[in-house]
Write a protein that binds this ligand. Structure first.
Ligand SMILES: NC(=O)c1ccc[n+]([C@@H]2O[C@H](COP(=O)([O-])OP(=O)(O)OC[C@H]3O[C@@H](n4cnc5c(N)ncnc54)[C@H](O)[C@@H]3O)[C@@H](O)[C@H]2O)c1
Ligand SMILES: O=C(O)C[C@H](O)C(=O)O
Ligand SMILES: [Mn+2]
Length: 571
């Protein structure tokens, strides 16, 4: 158990003086007690007053408020994390709703785009293709003495909707695991897989910190990623490996390649699919219909779009008991080349095969000069009840599209999920206005409530995978699961849907509020661990009531323990 766990009251620490003050996992700053100051050689290194964590939070919060832009606030918090991780997590938890958009979407997108300019201190493991000869040594050096449960890795090719960023994202996603699920920060490892970048702005930026090289693809890329995954399997066989923001040509492929070999999870595919299923379950609860009764348009058929289509389809099959083929019939996927239909031929990625529409069905429908069928035409013909955006194409759900959709259904379910906020397919306030308050809405990034014709506010649920992935991962780690199976993910999504405010009040949000994200993710984790135990993929010899108690016990919370100097202790 790590030094930071509040479950252990007294910690034996081997660090002294400067080295304890400069280690964010051990540092307490002015909260070191008089007794600790004497033992650790800190009396002369700290000002006289001993502060409580409350007082430290107040001071840090005041300092934060003096930063005038979200990006400056993000930088401040990043520095705080590098100084004192208990204080960092405690401060954010106290102001979760206010600070999530600073450490996560949308501000995180700006922080990543400016990574090299804002860079102060390294964090996690940087594996660069150019240095792959020493990969095992570098890997072992970084995890030395640590019992890692969770690894978050990214090659940064498709960061949110802002594309190829060279380095960045794993640390932000990893911090959310700690914040919202209680994964011990000492037990998680953010990894950058730097295979170069095709982003010209970065390549010509003098202060770019990544590998200045075109993005390596093909066999060399596969070998590099494989080398990393084999190291994870060899040295951390019981860990969960989370993939984030890989490009569309690699995301699904890597997931398929490794899912039988290690506990792997792709957040953009599976996490997004799961949170979206929960939102749609909640919406069909409001309209008193079923998942199977809907007609779905998924606009943007990349990693997220495919994950959403598959998860919704699997949800229909499991929950409503119809066949896979019948369920597939309910989906219309649209990508850069318009509706995904047979005649697109090689332009259709193999993974999308099961959702391809026949040309015959679309005979006589207007196309552009390339024979492509646009969103509006699809809306007119199929009269969708659910419209989901995962395209990065800001504003694609135009007034005409939304009004057309509203002609065919009383309560249109519209989920523009692209991040960050500026890439949203439709501003939810506009969708609300154009449908006279009838639309059931959720977005990927936070948006303010929309004013209903009645004068009441309609809360826009945040349908972001962070509402579910920390719980999915924590549940898998808790149950020591050999894999994060589809049924475990479905169990998590169903638990999330059951917590939806709209279940109790149809005018309320489709998903729980992010201020409740820690308790919501805990419930998801319990459902996931219970499922793993029930289906025999777990490696624990307990179950039933004990799952919840074990979950509580495993959770790391940002509270200081008492330190005793011990030269054989932890460091
Ligand atoms: N809310 C969430 O939890 C969540 C989760 C994952 C991704 N996302 C967001 O979804 C978006 C896509 O992410 P991704 O990982 O799937 O990226 P991706 O690159 O894998 O997919 C984007 C897809 O959109 C298509 N596209 C681009 N322009 C289009 C257009 N004009 N019309 C139709 N399709 C178009 C692309 O061809 C591609 O297939 C991003 O903005 C991302 O932030 C949100
Ligand atoms: O990072 C997020 O906010 C969600 C998602 O994983 C994304 O790629 O947009
Ligand atoms: Mn992502």
């Amino acid at each position: 158990m790590s030094i930071l766990s509040n479950k252990k009251k007294v910690f034996h620490v081997a660090l002294r003086g400067e080295s304890i003050l400069t280690n964010p996992h051990f540092n307490k700053g002015t909260a070191f007690t008089i007794n600790e100051r004497k033992q650790f050689g800190l009396v002369g290194r700290l000002p006289y007053q001993v502060n409580t964590l409350d007082e430290q939070c107040q001071r840090a919060y005041d300092q934060l408020l003096s930063r005038d832009t979200p990006l400056r606030k993000n930088s401040f918090l990043q520095s705080l994390k590098e100084q004192n991780s208990v204080l960092f997590y405690q401060l954010i938890l106290r102001h979760l709703k206010e600070l999530m958009p600073i450490v996560y979407t949308p501000t995180e997108a700006d922080a990543i785009a400016n990574y090299s300019h804002l860079f102060r201190r390294s964090e996690g493991l940087y594996l660069t293709l150019d240095n792959q000869d020493s990969m095992e040594e570098d890997f072992l050096e970084q995890i030395r003495g640590r019992d890692i449960d969770l690894i978050v890795c990214s090659d940064a090719e498709a960061i949110l909707g802002i594309g190829d960023q060279g380095v960045g994202i794993s640390t932000a996603k990893s911090a959310i695991y700690t914040l919202l699920a209680g994964i011990d920060p000492m037990k998680s490892l953010p990894v950058v897989l730097d295979v170069g970048t095709d982003n010209e702005t970065l390549l010509t930026d003098l202060v770019y910190v990544g590998w200045r090289h075109e993005r390596v693809r093909g066999e060399a890329y596969d070998q590099f990623v494989d080398k990393f995954i084999q190291l994870v399997r060899k040295h951390l066989p019981h860990s969960l490996l989370h993939f984030e923001d890989f490009g569309v040509t690699n995301a699904q492929r890597l997931l398929e390649l490794y899912r039988d070999k290690h506990a792997v999870f792709n957040d953009d595919i599976q996490g997004t699919g799961a949170v979206t299923l929960a939102a749609v379950m909640s919406a069909v609860g409001v309209t008193k219909s079923t998942l199977a009764e809907q007609r779905y348009i998924i606009y943007g058929a990349g990693s997220a779009g495919l994950g959403i289509a598959r998860q919704l389809r699997d949800g229909i099959v499991q929950i409503d008991g119809i066949s896979v083929d019948e369920a597939n019939e309910r989906f219309y996927l649209i990508d850069k080349h318009g509706l995904i239909k047979e005649s697109l031929g090689d332009l259709i990625r193999p993974m999308l095969r099961e959702f391809v529409r026949s040309d015959k069905e679309w005979e006589g429908i207007p196309t552009n000069d390339k024979g492509e069928i646009a969103l509006l035409e699809v809306v007119k013909k199929i009269r969708p009840t659910v419209l989901i955006g995962s395209s990065t194409n800001a504003g694609a759900f135009t007034e005409e599209v939304v009004r057309e959709m509203a002609k065919g259904v009383d309560r249109p379910i519209i989920l523009p999920l692209s991040n960050p906020s500026r890439l949203v397919e439709v501003d939810p306030a506009k969708a609300n206005e154009w449908t006279n308050g009838k639309a059931l809405l959720a977005t990927g990034s936070p948006f303010p409530p929309a004013r209903m014709p009645t004068g009441k506010d309609y809360i826009i649920a945040e349908c972001n995978n962070a509402l579910i992935y920390p719980g999915l991962g924590f549940g898998a780690v808790l149950a020591k699961a050999r894999s994060l199976s589809d049924s475990m993910i479905l169990a998590g999504a169903q638990r999330l849907a059951s917590l939806s405010p709209a279940l109790k009040d149809p005018d309320d949000a489709l998903l729980p509020d992010f201020s409740d994200a820690p308790s919501v993710n805990f419930e998801i984790a319990i459902a996931v661990a219970e499922k793993a135990i029930a289906e025999g993929t777990s490696n624990v010899d307990w179950g039933g009531e004990e799952v919840r108690a074990r979950g509580k016990e495993m959770q790391w919370l940002p509270i200081y323990g008492e330190y005793v100097y011990d030269e054989n202790g932890e460091c």
